[in-house]
Design a protein around this ligand. Structure first.
Ligand code: SF4
Ligand code: SF4
Length: 106
């Protein structure tokens, strides 16, 4: 379940808002807010697409977890799913060719 947006890293690009299939986030004049956490289906798409590694999705889908953002950053957990599936800084530009998020009507 989505747990946090790190306000130090987030650049308010709204990519997470657009890729989330269940409309968990709301746009604001700045950093998006997690408006409907209970609707998160733990798909990790937002973490995968975030260009700043500013999101943390807990692998526990059933209930929110308490998180220590500083500890997560220290352990390089933010963005770990992105790196694990091979979306690295070197091939980040290839994301522009991926339109899979349009499946969800955005
Ligand atoms: S994708 Fe990442 S940087 Fe962009 S608004 Fe969402 S959390 Fe912030
Ligand atoms: S993990 Fe999936 S469902 Fe949950 S907030 Fe991110 S994109 Fe939305």
């Amino acid at each position: 379940m989505i747990e946090v947006i790190d306000t130090e890293r987030c650049t308010a690009c709204d990519i997470c808002v657009n890729v989330c299939p269940t409309n968990v986030f709301d746009k604001t004049d700045g950093i998006p807010v997690i408006a409907r956490q209970g609707d998160c289906q733990t798909c990790f798409l937002c973490e995968l697409y975030c260009p700043e590694d500013a999101l943390f999705v807990s692998p526990f889908a059933e209930a929110p977890q308490a998180v220590d953002v500083a500890a997560l950053k220290e352990a390089a957990v933010l963005g770990s799913y992105r790196r694990a599936v091979g979306w690295t800084d070197e091939n980040r530009h290839l994301r522009a060719a991926d339109r899979s998020y349009r499946l969800f009507g955005h």
